[in-house]
Write a protein that binds this ligand. Sequence first.
Ligand code: ATP
Ligand code: MG
Length: 330
Amino acid sequence: MNTPLYAIPGQRAPLADAPSKNPVTGTVAGTVADTDGDPLSRARSVAEVLAHSQVESVMDLLDRDLVGLAPVKQRIRDIAALLVIDRLRRNLGLAAQAPSLHMCFTGNPGTGKTTVAMRMAEILQRLGHCRKGHLVAVTRDDLVGQYIGHTAPKTKEVLKKAMGGVLFIDEAYYLYRPENERDYGQEAIEILLQVMENQRDDLVVILAGYKDRMDTFFQSNPGVSSRIAHHLDFPDYSVDELLDISGHMLDAQHYRWGEGAREAFDAYLQRRTQQPHFANARSVRNALDRARLRQASRLFAQRDRHLDEADLCTLEVADIRASRVFQTQP
Ligand SMILES: Nc1ncnc2c1ncn2[C@@H]1O[C@H](COP(=O)(O)OP(=O)(O)OP(=O)(O)O)[C@@H](O)[C@H]1O
Ligand SMILES: [Mg+2]
């Protein structure tokens, strides 16, 4: 169905297409394509928009599933409020440019950037800012070609895939290589800039990476910087937060700590966070995977024993203490 959402020439492009499957939830969310039949476009109050978009369930999930990140969550609530009001304005036919929603997520590895970006895509879709609400995650190699003439088609292909959703560019600063005079990254940046400006109603670009490198990138690329409306910083997690995160991860996979095992994992984290290549929640996930492996070997060795639910779900102190992290001095 191709009915324009609202018919103000020169303003936002018509929202088209059939409802599409949400890649995160697997559900087909309420679409904004159908003006007459769509309750979202008849909403006149915040409560009505929230009810019809079901955006609150995504926000609740964000609050519940993600430990810490209070400033990030607050910022996302603010953006959601902006989108709700923008929706009410559009419903009354009030002309406005689509709000700029391009973002930059800075933080160390494993601090939740990709996870939050996926939720963001879902929120954008539920509120009718994006048609599809999917996330296309790329790095430099997906955008920039090796030879002359290869970059533009590559970048355009990625943009085509991401249209109607979120384009997430990880370690975005690698696009710019000042030491290399004839670097094709610049070409990709130029194309991105055009799309960020002209198609901001149909594509949200999120750049992600380490904060200091991102800052340097912005200094050299003021055009990109000026098109980013929201900077969100993802701080490293404290050991207590990492422990909470481990609890969430175990819950989700039907595991639990045995007697004293949570304390052992606390001691593990105290040591691991001091070591090189620590990657926040990602390292927690990896450590739990290894603990599961040890639990499995432990149970496997007891061939004739009948294993009950508790046996199969419990990670014991030994499963944690066997880690290499405990073999070195703290
Ligand atoms: N606050 C949190 N609460 C619960 N789980 C989290 C949290 N932050 C991250 N995770 C989990 O940790 C893992 C890594 O997160 P994610 O991939 O989003 O991090 P990232 O910042 O994108 O990392 P990278 O920079 O390495 O790409 C995921 O499995 C995610 O679900
Ligand atoms: Mg990531």
